[in-house]
Design a binder for this molecule. Structure first.
Ligand code: GDP
Length: 441
């Protein structure tokens, strides 16, 4: 997520930090680079211009430049302004005074609308709600089938019947009222491009079911196109929020950073993977931290809490921080991390990881490698697992023979283990700093 932007900002601020005292020219030069980095990340031109102007205005003030640690002050301002750009506060879903709450999902074909409707159902189900999914995309039989399959996976009922989308949606709301389902999540039709026919149908649906929440699903990978789509949908329908999907991909950041500023619509959720539990609440401040390479420890902890059982989570924390973190623990961690989602995504939430290209490359870990890692570690003696430092050349050869892999594979695993230890140390010192309130130090 936003790798290139994070790296560039990291470089700009590294330079700034190395300077000690700052002049107005230093700040201006840094902001010029920030501007280029944002434009290259496909952030809307006007949004960038206003953003840089605001940061400059705040950063060149006397008291900041005279501050003992001016670079940190500048970073703090950038962080605050990035947060503001994405809406400042967390945005919540609207709820009906009298259930059921009706949520209308809209968006172009391929944006991830149907998947997101299912993800949102699961998200709300985990909070104790009883959602009803509604298949109102009658033009593509495959879309109805897709929703039914997803509904089955997450054990959420799917309402579908023949007829006009408006009649289907109205019927679903009635059914929900009778059977106590709440919320009703309507998967509306999508098209490849915005067209009049689609907009008219959505307007009719809106008038008929009076949704409490109209959520637009857009693909973050499409950058400024996503922003234009959001503008049009907002003008026609009056959106309540946006869900940004595919943030796990190689997206540059343009959509995330521009949508709120351009349209005034808050981003409420982020899709971070194809699996149905990969939907996160969108927190502007945490997103700003991720963009700045400061990680997102809070989301990571929440993820651990919902994925692992409490006992496991406590154990994991204890072991991970202990000085004798060894290869057996490493294997356990790898297995648990895997449950929480792709390792790369998890690691991207650790402070500093975003800015460390080399480290990220060394951490390319796929599912197969987990099997190899297990085989390699199983081929070690208990003593080797507990004291990896004793694993010399001849032991490496023996281990490789034992599991049918090469010495290079063994070397790589040991290197990844060392890197994990390094990350853990960083995490621990970050946590200490965080507790002292020196988050930006
Ligand atoms: P729709 O046409 O808008 O209903 O789109 P779908 O829900 O069918 O999704 C299109 C594709 O995007 C599917 O392959 C989904 O698995 C994928 N997708 C949806 N959300 C995400 C996401 O957050 N991350 C990733 N990587 N893929 C996603």
């Amino acid at each position: 997520m936003f790798t290139s932007l994070t790296e560039k900002l990291h470089e700009v601020f590294k330079k700034l930090k190395s300077k000690g005292k700052l002049t107005e020219e230093d700040v201006n030069a840094a902001l010029k680079e920030v501007r280029v980095a944002l434009l290259e990340a496909d952030v809307n031109f006007k949004v960038v211009k206003d953003f840089v102007a605001r940061v400059r205005e705040r950063a060149v003030g006397q008291e900041i430049l005279a501050n003992l640690n001016p670079a940190h002050q500048v970073i703090k301002i950038v962080r605050e302004e990035l947060t503001a750009l994405m809406g400042g506060q967390d945005a919540r879903l609207n709820t009906a005074a009298k259930p059921p709450t009706v949520i209308m999902m809209v968006g172009l074909q391929g944006s991830g609308k149907t998947t997101t409707a299912a993800k949102l159902s699961l998200f709300l189900k985990k909070q104790g709600r009883r959602p009803l999914l509604v298949a109102a995309d009658i033009y593509r039989p495959a879309a109805i089938k897709q929703l039914q399959v997803l509904g089955e996976q997450i054990q959420v009922p799917v309402f579908s019947r023949e007829g006009d989308p408006v009649a289907i949606a109205v019927g679903a709301v009635e059914e929900a009222g009778k059977k106590g389902y709440d919320p009703v999540i309507i998967d509306t039709a999508g098209r490849l491009h915005i067209n009049e026919e689609l907009m008219t149908e959505l307007e009719r649906l809106k008038a008929a079911v009076k949704p409490h929440e109209i959520l637009l699903v857009v693909d973050a990978m499409t950058g400024q196109d996503a922003v234009r789509v959001a503008e049009t949908f907002h003008q026609r329908l009056g959106l309540d929020g946006v869900v940004l999907t595919k943030l796990d991909g190689d997206t540059r950041g343009g959509a995330a950073l521009s949508i709120r500023a351009v349209t005034g619509c808050p981003i409420k959720f982020a899709g971070v993977g194809e699996k149905l539990d990969m939907l996160e609440l969108f927190h502007p401040d945490r997103m700003a931290d991720r963009i700045l390479g400061m990680g997102d420890i809070l989301t990571l902890i929440e993820k651990a809490q919902t994925t692992l059982d409490a006992q496991q989570a406590v154990e994991m924390q204890k072991r991970i921080k202990s000085a004798d973190f060894n290869l057996e623990d490493f294997l356990t961690q790898l297995r648990q991390f895997k449950k929480m989602g792709p390792l790369e995504h998890i690691l991207s939430m650790l402070p500093g990881f975003g800015g460390m290209k080399k480290l990220r490359e060394e951490f390319q870990f796929d599912e197969r490698e987990l099997v190899w890692a297990e085989a390699i570690i199983n081929s070690m003696t208990p003593e080797e697992r507990r004291h990896p430092e004793i694993i010399d050349g001849s032991r490496r050869r023996r281990i490789a023979r034992g599991c049918g892999l090469t010495v290079q594979d063994v070397n790589r695993l040991l290197k990844q283990f060392e890197q994990t230890k390094k990350l853990v140390r960083q995490l621990t010192s970050f946590e200490k700093g965080f507790k002292k309130g020196a988050k930006l130090g």
